[in-house]
Design a protein around this ligand. Structure first.
Ligand code: BG6
Length: 497
C-alpha cells in the first residue's frame, strides 16, 4: 500500500455543518484520514451552522454520523474520541453580516496556519459567505475556499457566483469540487491512458467506433427534492460528472500532471464539444422521469410522489428530468465522427458507472463466415462498483474440427488485484485542498465551458411542449434512449441490467 504523506497542520471550517453532505461524507472522510495518521491532533475542524448547538452537542451529532457511515471495526473508541476532540462548533449564519464572533474568536492571533473554508451550502450563499469571511478578517494568504457543485444553475448564475467569490479568493485559492474526480477509478483513467502504450496508440477515430458512458443509480430523489427539482439530471450529473469523464477520456496527453497542464487539456475537450443546435435537441437527447415501478424487488413510487414526500404537499407537477441520454461529439482530429453516448438516471436497475470503448471491426475477415460472427473489440472500464477493466476479444475455440472463433475476455478486477478499501473521493479531495493541489478541481473556465455546452439543451427543453418521457422505476430509462443509439446502428452495452 502507498505510504501516507502527512499534511501540514490546518483548520478546516465547514459551513453547512448540520447538513447531509457534511454528516454523510465530509466527517467520515476527515475521520478516515485522521485514523490513517494523515493529519495531527493539532488540526481543528470547525463546524459552522445556524443551529443552536455547542461543541459538545455537535460532537454528539458527529459521533452519531460516524457510527452510521464508518464500519464499526474502523471506529475504536480512543481514535474516535481523539478525532471528536478536534471538532469545534461556531454558530453563525453565513448569509448575515452580524454575529460572527463565534467564529472569529477561534482564529484570534493565528494567521499562519492553512485555513480551508468548505462551503457545503446552497450555491446562493457562496458569495455572501465569502464576503463575510473577508469582512471579518478571516481570509489570509494561506486560506482556500472549497465550493461544492452545482456552481449556479446556468452560465449566467455560474459566472455571477465565480465573480463574487473571486473578489475575496484568488483562482488558485478556489477549489471547485467535482467529487467524481476524487474517485480512485476515475483517476485510474489517467493511468490507463497515459501509463500504457497499448491503449494510447489506439485511442482515436482510426480504431474506435464510439464511446459509451453510463452512470446509473438505483436511488430515487430521496430527501433531496427541493434541490433536485430545480436541478434535474442534466445539471446534477451531466454538466459536471459525465462531462468530466468525457474530458479524461478524450483529452490529449497533458505535458505533466500539474493542475493547469491537466486542466488546459480538459478545457480543450469541453470547447471542442459540438454545440447541439435547438432543432437537433429532440434527436440528440432524451429526457425521462421515473414513474412507479420496482427497485431491488420492491414496489417503489414515481418521481412526483417522491417529490411530494420530500418537499411535503400533494399534487406536484414537475418537468424535471431524472434521466438523460444524449449523443455528444468532440470535434477534434482524434475524435472525428466518434460519437460519445452518455446516459445517467435515478431509479435504474443497477448502481453502476461504466465506460465502454467500442473498437471497430477488423477491416476484412480472413475467416470463413461459418467460423463465427466477428465481434469487435470492446474495452469496458468499470468505475463502480466491482472496479476493473475487461477487454473483449476474439480467440480460437479450442479443439479439433476446423478453425472456429469465439469471443472471450481479458478480465482484471482491481478489487481482487489490490484488495484494499477504496478511499472515498472526498478523502483525497479534502487532503488535496490542504496540500494546495488543485489538479483534481475544476477551473473557472472549465465550469463555464461546461455550462455553455449544456445550456442550449436546457433551453430547448424548457421551450418545448413535450414533457420528459416516463419510464418505470427499475427499467433502463425511456425506450427513446434505446432508439437514440440504435438509430446509429449501435446498442447500449447489453451486459448491464
Ligand atoms: C452527486 C449528485 O453529485 O453525485 C447525486 O448530486 C448523485 O444526485 C451523486 O447521487 C452520485 O455520486 P456517487 O459517488 O454516489 O456515484
Amino acid at each position: 500500500m502507498a505510504a501516507i504523506i502527512p499534511v501540514d497542520d490546518f483548520d478546516c471550517v465547514v459551513f453547512g455543518a448540520t447538513g447531509d453532505l457534511t454528516l454523510r461524507k465530509l466527517l467520515p472522510a476527515l475521520y478516515n484520514r485522521f485514523r490513517d495518521g494523515q493529519f495531527s491532533t493539532r488540526c481543528r475542524i470547525i463546524a459552522a451552522a445556524r443551529s443552536n448547538l455547542n461543541d459538545e452537542s455537535y460532537r454528539e451529532r458527529a459521533r452519531h454520523a460516524l457510527h452510521e457511515h464508518v464500519p464499526k471495526e474502523n471506529l475504536p473508541d480512543d481514535t474516535l474520541n481523539s478525532f471528536l476532540s478536534l471538532i469545534f462548533y461556531a454558530r453563525v449564519d453565513g448569509a448575515k453580516s452580524d454575529h460572527w464572533e463565534g467564529l472569529t474568536t477561534l482564529f484570534q492571533g493565528d494567521s499562519e496556519r492553512i485555513r480551508v473554508f468548505y462551503l457545503a451550502t446552497s450555491p446562493s450563499l457562496y458569495g455572501p459567505v465569502c464576503h463575510n469571511l473577508s469582512e471579518n478578517g478571516l481570509v489570509t494568504p494561506k486560506s482556500r475556499v472549497v465550493l461544492e457543485k452545482p456552481i449556479g444553475h446556468d452560465l449566467a448564475s455560474a459566472r455571477q457566483i465565480i465573480e463574487e467569490v473571486g473578489k475575496y479568493f484568488a483562482e488558485k485559492q478556489t477549489y471547485r469540487i467535482d467529487h467524481f474526480l476524487g474517485k480512485e477509478t476515475v483517476q485510474n483513467l489517467l493511468a490507463l491512458r497515459f501509463a500504457n502504450v497499448i491503449f494510447e496508440r489506439l485511442w482515436n477515430a482510426d480504431v474506435i467506433d464510439h464511446v459509451q458512458i453510463t452512470v446509473a443509480e438505483t436511488v430515487g430523489v430521496e430527501g433531496r427534492g427541493s434541490y433536485y427539482d430545480t436541478s434535474g439530471a442534466l445539471r446534477d450529473m451531466v454538466q459536471n460528472h459525465l462531462l468530466q469523464l468525457v474530458c479524461l477520456l478524450a483529452m490529449e496527453p497533458p505535458i505533466n500532471l500539474q493542475a493547469d497542464a491537466l486542466r488546459d487539456e480538459k478545457l480543450k475537450v469541453l470547447r471542442a464539444l459540438r454545440p447541439i443546435a435547438p432543432h437537433e435537441v429532440s434527436q440528440m437527447t432524451v429526457r425521462g422521469q421515473y414513474v412507479a415501478g420496482a427497485s431491488g424487488g420492491k414496489a417503489v413510487d414515481g418521481y412526483l410522489k417522491d417529490l411530494s414526500e420530500s418537499i411535503q404537499g400533494d399534487g406536484h407537477v414537475s418537468d424535471t428530468e431524472t434521466f438523460v441520454a444524449l449523443k455528444a461529439e468532440v470535434r477534434t482530429w482524434r475524435w472525428a465522427n466518434v460519437p460519445f453516448y452518455l446516459r445517467t438516471g435515478k431509479r435504474l436497475p443497477q448502481k453502476v458507472s461504466e465506460v465502454v470503448i467500442q473498437f471497430r471491426t477488423v477491416p476484412i475477415s480472413v475467416f470463413p463466415p461459418e467460423a463465427a460472427e466477428m465481434q469487435a473489440n470492446r474495452l469496458v472500464i468499470r468505475l463502480q462498483p466491482e472496479e476493473g477493466i475487461r477487454l473483449g476479444m476474439m480467440t480460437k475455440d479450442p479443439g479439433p474440427g476446423g478453425l472456429r472463433l469465439r469471443p472471450t475476455e481479458l478480465d482484471v478486477s482491481f478489487e481482487e488485484a489490490f484488495s484494499i478499501r477504496y478511499p472515498d473521493a472526498y478523502e483525497r479531495l479534502l487532503m488535496d485542498t490542504v496540500r494546495g493541489n488543485a489538479t483534481l478541481f475544476m477551473r473557472r473556465d472549465e465550469v463555464e465551458a461546461a455550462w455553455l455546452w449544456v445550456e442550449p439543451i436546457l433551453d430547448a427543453w424548457s421551450n418545448s411542449a413535450e414533457r420528459p418521457k416516463p419510464y418505470a422505476a427499475g427499467s433502463w430509462g425511456p425506450t427513446a434512449s434505446i432508439a437514440l443509439i440504435e438509430r446509429d446502428g449501435r446498442t447500449w452495452h447489453e451486459e448491464l441490467g
